[in-house]
Design a protein around this ligand. Structure first.
Ligand code: UN1
Length: 504
């Protein structure tokens, strides 16, 4: 196919159920569309229901015992091969991602790279998933621990990182010996299919990773409730996360949640203002602000306020909005009409609350932009910590400037939301930096860098309403997907009673 043909081809996919490709039992389908040109259909996929989820889960249940018996290093080799396949296809996958969800091509390449990194990193755990050998209190008795898989796990992912986030979940899940039923976001099914094809080609056996395409209320709900699914890993909104936690709680099912953020960059008086502006632009408008790590609050100390605000407005105004496949475009579209309206709704909220609109604040309809879902970089100044635009996750290219008087004030304001994912501080003073590192209430803290840009070798996740205590990526990634087994081996040849026959 020519480049132009690949760029407009419709990806038609089916559910991956064991070794089969299946439509939804009732034959229903849905489409994903290019947010930069919404007349363009990118993918057509099955709209699955509970019966389809059940079929995929049965395939997973069937495949899991043999996969679990496959030695850890052998599983790791397959994951490494999958990462290499993604690497070989990085450009093609990135282009498909830009078409399907809109982020600019350089960022789409970064998304695929994050999955490659995750695969290579976790593959090594195949030779390093250490347990512990622990002294026993009794003679001739040996004690140790080892990781065991949960069985079948359900993975439900969002559209904003269509390759990276599935990789954070699926690679460690299968590394630990689980089988997976994967329900990707309905906005990015084609990216999800390509990811799973790479796993299949790498040698992941049929049934170990299955996909059911469809919607949260249908396929997602059925997956969460399925009795043979022992754990759920979900990234998405706090409202859906709370619902999943309730369902899983009643079923005593493992559930790890990665939810919203209302992340802040703190800019202190002694900061390098230009560097802070660089960070704010990237943090607030990268991926059109559609990251759970997006910098949607800029908490600026009085002395830096004027120069920071002026430079930010000037530089944000120069960002070019457009199709992310096009050279020179800085900010792509937002994912769909519903999000576009929601983002604009928050502009209206901000105006009603009395914040000062510095830039943007309207749906972009000039020229070609009219054919897509575009919202320009939007900045509110004079924002108060209690305003809804400073408290609620907008998930769009809107950021807010909150003036503060002191370091104490800055830390208090930065911590004043229900979320706790990623917070950052710009300062040249080592004392302020360390106080901020210690006192900012977040799972991730940056010094002199924006709130986005986490690397996969460190755990990723947040506190407060951002999650429920789990972490993705890093070596901690295995924790979501494994149980610890404690093993005691008594070779004394007699009954030894713990706590009673001890020699003290
Ligand atoms: C997300 O926003 O859902 O740190 C994930 C970052 C990326 C991952 C973001 N590496 O912004």
């Amino acid at each position: 196919m020519t480049d132009a043909a690949t760029q407009s081809a419709v990806v038609t996919g089916l559910n991956v159920v064991g070794s089969e490709r299946r439509p939804a039992q009732d034959g229903a389908t849905f489409e994903s569309r290019n947010p930069a040109r919404h007349a363009e259909v990118v993918g057509v996929f099955p709209r699955s229901q509970a019966v389809d989820v059940d079929a995929a889960t049965r395939a997973a249940v069937g495949a899991q015992p043999e996969w679990r018996r496959t030695p850890w290093p052998a599983r790791g080799e397959i994951i490494l091969r999958a990462a290499q396949i993604l690497e070989a296809r990085k450009e093609e996958l990135a282009r498909l991602m830009t078409r399907e969800m809109g982020k600019v091509l350089t960022e789409a390449r970064g998304d695929v790279q994050e999955a490659i990194d995750m695969g290579k990193f976790i593959a090594v755990e195949g030779r390093r998933a250490y347990g512990e050998t622990v002294p026993s209190e009794l003679r001739d008795k040996w004690a140790m621990t080892m990781r065991q898989p949960l069985g079948v796990v359900g993975v439900i992912t969002p559209w904003n990182f269509p390759t990276a986030i599935p990789s954070w979940k699926i690679f460690p899940a299968i590394m630990a010996g689980n089988a997976v039923v994967f329900k990707p976001a309905e906005d990015t099914p084609a990216c999800a299919l390509r990811f799973v094809e790479a796993l299949e080609e790498a040698g992941v056996p049929a049934g170990v990773v299955n996909i059911v395409f469809g919607f949260g209320e249908e396929a997602g709900e059925a997956l969460v409730r399925h009795p043979d699914v022992r754990g759920i890993s979900f990234t998405g909104s706090a409202d859906v996360g709370r619902h999943i936690a309730q369902v899983c709680g009643a079923l005593l099912k493992r559930c790890s949640l990665e939810l919203g953020g209302k992340n802040a960059i703190v800019v202190l008086d002694d900061a390098d203002v230009e560097l802070a502006v660089d960070g704010a632009l990237w943090g607030a408008f990268g991926t059109s602000g559609q990251r759970c790590t997006a910098a949607s609050r800029l908490v600026v100390q009085r002395g830096a306020l004027l120069p920071f605000t002026e430079r930010l407005r000037e530089r944000a105004a120069a960002l070019r909005l457009g199709d992310g496949l096009r050279e020179g475009v800085d900010v792509g579209p937002v994912i769909n009409e519903k999000q576009l309206q929601r983002i604009h709704g928050y502009t209206e909220v901000g105006l009603r609350e009395g914040a000062r609109l510095l830039l943007g604040g309207h749906v972009a309809r000039e020229g070609e932009l009219a054919g897509g879902w575009f919202y320009p970089p939007t900045i509110f100044a004079d924002v108060k910590p209690g305003m809804r635009i400073a408290q609620e996750e907008i998930f769009g290219p809107t950021t807010t400037i909150l003036p503060v008087e002191s370091l104490d004030d800055a830390l208090r304001v930065a911590n004043s939301t229900r979320y706790g994912l990623s917070l950052s501080v710009y300062t040249r003073d080592v004392r302020s930096a360390f106080r901020a590192v210690n006192e900012l209430e977040a799972g991730i803290v940056y010094v002199n860098a924006p709130t986005i840009g986490a690397e996969i070798q460190l755990p990723f996740g947040g506190i407060k309403d951002t999650g429920n205590g789990h972490r993705e990526a890093g070596r901690q990634a295995l924790d979501q997907f494994s149980e610890w087994k404690s093993i005691y081996i008594d070779y004394s040849g007699r009954l030894q009673r713990a706590q009673i026959d001890v020699e003290m």
